[in-house]
Write a new protein. Structure first.
Length: 476
């Protein structure tokens, strides 16, 4: 019909698609749940209550009149994961966990859910990318080592899966059905793996789009606040390593965790990017094994104890949160083309590397304009603090001159644009950790004070040129 029957205007009709009239029967479950909380229907048990309902009229309160409440945390049973969270999961909080494909996000969350279920904590694990059968197979692989045979006549062992009766698995992508199952089960912790696959049926946008992510994340955040359950959202990342979807997701949730590491290396790092209930300085170390992710409590596991000093390799005590990790920095120089030299990094800041190369040329006497420079942090760790500048400079100089550091020597210090070595924070902890792991000498900025006769010997340097004199000729 080209003519409007009412006003007689031609070509005035526009296409209109009527939204689905049959709106989800479970739409608005979060609001009804809030009403139940307000009526006290869940006071006798459930998801860990304790959070007040957000339903009703909001009233402004004077700051001194606000009642202080203890924010209780629920440990997941994985110490390294709890370290990053600040001690455990907070009731009513929403955590976003992002990482590269195949890095181990689902493995970590299933292990955490299994540990919670063993302690009689009810957990709902929503898998939108796998079937329930696939999740069961993954759980059997992860917890098979915990099996105990009932008797010699029993051919099969009672594996750890049998002890996880409080772990509920839901293979679904519809948000309304997920909310309904959460209302019925009333878990203390809910894991959504992954948020990109969850959709709200009354929206025309496809799953994973900006519209769907915004609405689904908003509904889940509201659900967490009114029910008191802790919700963990597993998210995808882009090619640049950023969380897929708008930055709005990071603003909505209470904590954002990044699961980092090279899928070709065994070590993994969980790093806090945002945390409303704790610090963002902590990191958790894991190692991918045949039985899942194993915690790395000893930082010495990141180093090879049998490695000998070689040109282009320097050990640096780097701070990751409140813990000190001794990281091996490696560098390699190769003949390139003047004006087109390559600068490549792995686990380091490429812009920082370019600046340090300029300092080495200006104040260290190196000619690197026609040299390809490659730098790497061994083990898959990311070292971004300026205190690793001096170690990286000595690694580049050692690779260029074919000279190695003496055995048992670690290096720490920030390098300025004038070639000066600046003080690094928490030097006492760095010195103690290096001494504990067998490094008897520490190259440090000149202002560093000794911690006593039992600590490592300090070699204070003021300029980059002084530090380069420590390099020894490589043995032939």
């Amino acid at each position: 019909m080209g003519k409007c029957p009412d006003c007689g205007t031609w070509d005035a009709l526009e296409k209109f698609i009527e939204p689905k009239a049959a709106k989800d029967a479970h739409a608005g479950l979060a609001e009804s749940w809030a009403a139940e909380v307000a009526d006290g229907m869940r006071a006798s048990g459930g998801a860990g209550g304790g959070l007040p309902s957000v339903a009703g009229t909001a009233v402004a309160t004077s700051l001194p009149d606000i009642q202080m409440t203890d924010v209780s945390r629920r440990p997941t049973g994985i110490a390294e994961f709890d370290r990053v969270l600040g001690g455990g999961l907070v009731a009513g909080s929403v955590i976003m966990l992002g990482g590269d494909p195949g890095i181990g996000k689902s493995t970590l969350m299933l292990q955490a859910a299994g540990q919670l279920a063993r302690r009689e904590v009810r957990v709902l694990y929503v898998t939108s990318e796998e079937s329930a059968y696939q999740t069961r197979l993954r759980a059997e692989r992860l917890f098979a080592q915990d099996g105990v045979k009932l008797s010699p006549s029993t051919p099969q062992a009672t594996d750890g899966v049998q002890a996880m009766g409080q772990l509920y698995v839901l293979a679904d992508t519809n948000l309304a059905r997920i909310v309904e199952q959460a209302r019925q089960i009333q878990p203390a912790v809910c894991v959504i793996d992954s948020i990109q696959m969850v959709y709200k049926s009354d929206l025309e946008a496809s799953p994973g789009s900006v519209t769907q992510l915004r609405r689904c994340a908003t509904e889940l955040v509201y659900l967490a606040k009114v029910s008191g359950m802790a919700i963990v959202l597993v998210g995808h990342v882009t090619k640049d390593g950023q969380l897929a979807g708008p930055k709005l997701l990071e603003h909505l949730v209470d904590a954002v965790l990044s699961f980092e590491g090279d899928r070709h290396h065994a070590h993994r790092v969980v790093r806090g990017i945002k945390n409303r209930f704790g610090t963002t300085l902590e990191v958790g170390l894991f190692e991918m094994t045949g039985g899942g992710l194993a915690e790395v409590a000893n930082a010495a596991a990141m180093l090879d104890p049998t490695a000998r000093p070689q040109p282009g390799s320097v050990v640096c005590p780097a701070m990751h949160g409140t813990r000190c990790l001794l990281v091996e920095l490696q560098a390699l120089t190769a003949t390139g083309f003047l004006g087109a030299a390559k600068r490549k990094t792995s686990g380091l800041d490429s812009n920082r590397l370019a600046m340090l190369i300029a300092v080495l040329e200006k104040h260290g006497g190196l000619r690197l304009a026609d040299q390809d420079v490659f730098a790497s942090a061994v083990g898959g760790l990311k070292v971004i603090e300026p205190a690793a500048d001096l170690a990286l400079c000595l690694a580049i100089a050692g690779a260029h001159y074919r000279k190695a550091m003496p055995p048992g020597v670690a290096v720490v210090g920030e390098v300025g644009l004038g070639g000066e070595i600046r003080h690094a924070h928490q030097m006492d902890q760095r010195t103690r950790e290096a001494t504990r792991l067998g490094y008897h000498t520490l190259v440090v900025p000149r202002e560093t004070k000794s911690l006593g006769p039992k600590s490592a010997k300090l070699l204070p340097v003021k300029r980059l040129s002084e530090a380069m004199e420590i390099l020894l000729p490589a043995s032939r």
